[in-house]
Design a protein around this ligand. Structure first.
Ligand code: CMC
Length: 392
């Protein structure tokens, strides 16, 4: 027996060492491999950031080209995966399809999943990052009953995703570069966030030596919940329920009444207790994108701003250090780009795949890796004897 500490929700337990992402929750600092996320969002593409998160350094032009080419090369999915999609009910949530189909990749690539082989690690990383948009877009198409669109490898990462989601074979489709750039910035902001629930899940599953695609599927499952990646969808649903600015005060009264069980979605964070630096960038970005799309008078944006303003001056939220998080605004941008609400969390999953993969590689490369095996505080019955069925 050892000495164990009970730490519900792992508020103060470090499960690993990591050199990928640094967060200072009090100061609102978020660095990927030492670089402030705001600088990366301003100056880099998502693919450059993906290279950085995976490899530890920003790529030079040659490295970037090789990485970009490799990602483009792997965008297609096995044709037989189409029948997986067709097996889902037409109204299956895209996150359900994503969890299932990514899990099924383990059946296709088990032969290149030797954890210790750096070539296998690399091909896993490139396949996962390249295929997740194709899979998410196919889930979208399945949901709408439209034909799947093959990837177009002359397009950059986010333009390709938009094409796969919004194009139809019958008509030409031109990706709006401002919209694709907006998506790219959102993806940079979501690329990694150290030991959040989904990444910890990937690490926990991965620590057993399971197939890495299966480990990523477990991360997608964890991301789906409204307390984590599902918050972006929940924010839009909440704005829909509130309806208009005049209902904000009564909605906040409901939130403050603990009996109601209603939370202000998109507010609060386990680590950020001052502000979420991603939310600050996204808020600014949101205005730019909506202006470009001619949607700056979007009533939901107006409602969100009012909600934010009132909540930020309210003692309930102030005393608990609850501020808007990244997902308070991401949904508004996604919606403006024409992405339906149930695709918001798959968007988050596409971006976070980079982080999941980087953490999996960091973990399996660690010679001190041990299986994740938390303990518990047992609260059940003491030892007792089984009585015969007719005596119970
Ligand atoms: N609305 C109302 N009250 C809240 C909220 C909220 N969104 N978040 C926390 N609280 C209250 C909570 O009731 C508790 O109050 P009290 O001290 O009186 O019991 C206090 O604030 C501390 O909350 P907690 O539940 O102990 O905080 P946590 O660190 O366990 O939870 C959280 C963090 C993000 C799950 C939570 O703030 C939440 O549920 N937020 C809404 C969902 C959301 O927006 N999630 C996205 C997170 S950012 C994207 C990502 O990385 O996944």
């Amino acid at each position: 027996a050892g000495v164990f500490t009970y730490d519900p929700g792992f508020s103060s337990t470090c499960s690993t060492q990591s050199s990928i992402t640094y967060i200072d929750g009090d100061e609102g600092v978020l660095l990927y491999r030492g670089y402030p996320v705001a600088q990366l969002a301003e100056q880099c593409t998502f693919i450059e950031v993906a290279y950085l998160v995976l490899n530890g350094e920003l790529p030079n032009a040659t490295q970037l080209q090789a990485f970009d080419q490799s990602i483009r090369k792997h965008t297609m999915i096995n044709e037989s995966l189409k029948s997986f999609f067709n097996g889902f009910r037409y109204d299956a949530h895209p996150m359900a399809m994503l969890t299932g189909v990514v899990g099924s990749l383990s059946a296709f690539y088990d032969d290149t999943s030797n954890h210790k082989d750096p070539r296998h690690q690399e091909i896993f990383a490139h396949r996962m990052i390249a295929k997740i948009p194709t899979i998410a877009a196919a889930a979208y198409k399945r949901y709408f009953g439209q034909p799947f669109m093959y990837p177009q490898n002359h397009l950059d990462y986010c333009s390709n995703l938009m094409h796969m989601m919004f194009a139809v074979p019958a008509e030409p489709y031109h990706v709006d570069p401002v919209a694709a750039k907006a998506l790219d910035v959102l993806f940079i902001l979501h690329a990694d966030h150290e030991q959040n629930a989904s990444t910890s899940t990937v690490r926990m599953a991965g620590s057993t030596g399971t197939n890495p695609y299966a480990a990523i599927a477990s991360g997608i499952a964890a991301l789906w919940g409204p307390a984590h990646g599902g918050a972006n969808e929940a924010v839009l649903k909440m704005l829909g329920e509130i309806g208009s600015v005049k209902n904000v005060a009564s909605f906040l009264d409901k939130v403050k009444d603990k009996q109601s069980g209603v939370r202000l979605m998109g507010f609060g964070h386990r680590v950020y207790k001052n502000f979420d630096p991603r939310a600050t960038i996204i808020r600014e970005h949101c205005h730019k994108v909506l202006k470009h799309l001619g949607k700056e008078n979007d009533p939901q944006l107006e409602l969100a701003l009012k909600l934010e303003e009132i909540a930020l001056s309210d003692d309930y939220f102030k005393s608990r250090a609850l501020y808007p998080n990244v997902d308070f605004y991401s949904g508004i941008i996604y919606k403006a780009l024409g992405i339906p609400v149930n695709m918001f969390t798959p968007m988050f999953a596409i971006a976070r795949t980079v982080g999941w993969v980087a953490h999996w590689i960091e973990m399996v490369s660690d010679p001190t890796l041990r299986i994740a095996r938390p303990r518990q505080v047992y609260t059940g019955a003491g030892e007792r004897n089984v009585s015969a069925l007719d005596k119970r």
